[in-house]
Design a binder for this molecule. Structure first.
Ligand code: 5GP
Length: 196
């Protein structure tokens, strides 16, 4: 068992630009390795078709999100694409990690930075993973084909993506999402190095 000095496992933080396919890679990873637990974030954005409360996200309104934040319930929060708030509830993360369950956060770049700031204070040992698109053109194509955003939202997301792509160097591991299977296997390699 590869454990940190604090006796807890390392937390895996997965980030990457908008529409790079984090959700798809995660789904593939969980199908192959159901023992992995992916943290369920709270968000103020509206659910997309097929998304479930408590499964995809905890869908909350601005007031509820602010109350959770005030109560100190979040490990990190971020205003993403200047449109909606997202936050990682801290308690379930600590519970899963203490139970020895491989735990992943799928969050944006600002959130990853916030985790970096708080990791020492919380005694968390973290490995930071960046999921990169094969190219910027590929990312534009993915966002267009997803069809879940209008033109204004797409433009905002691409602006965010440019900034996010430039931050690749801040991460411990970079995985290119050339195929979902390959990226999921690479992610599993990172996890199993931590948990094997
Ligand atoms: P989406 O709205 O497409 O589900 O997610 C938009 C962005 O928010 C993605 O980059 C996703 O990684 C990020 N995100 C999801 N949950 C959280 C969270 O709890 N914290 C932060 N900082 N970002 C999150």
């Amino acid at each position: 068992m590869n454990e940190s000095a604090s006796g807890k496992h390392r937390l895996v933080v997965l980030t990457g630009p908008t529409a790079v396919g984090k959700g798809t890679v995660e789904a593939q990873l969980r199908a192959a390795h159901p023992e992995v637990w992916v943290s369920v974030s709270a968000t103020t954005r509206a659910p997309r078709p097929g998304e479930l409360h408590g499964v995809t996200y905890w869908f909350v309104d601005e007031q509820e999100f602010a109350a959770m934040e005030k109560r100190g319930e979040f490990l990190e929060t971020a205003l993403v694409h200047n449109m909606a708030h997202y936050g990682t509830p801290l308690k379930p993360v600590l519970e899963h990690m203490n139970a020895g369950i491989p735990t992943i956060l799928e969050i944006d770049l600002q959130g990853a930075r916030r985790v970096k700031e708080r990791a020492a204070e919380l005694g968390l040992d973290v490995v930071y993973v960046f999921l990169a698109p094969p190219s910027f053109e590929d990312l534009i194509a993915r966002l267009a084909s997803r069809g879940t955003e209008n033109e204004e939202q797409r433009q905002k997301r691409l602006e965010t993506a440019k900034v996010e792509l430039a931050s690749e160097g801040e991460y411990d591991v970079v995985i290119t999402n050339d195929t979902v299977e390959h990226a999921a296997e690479e992610l599993w390699n990172v996890i199993s190095r931590e948990y094997a």
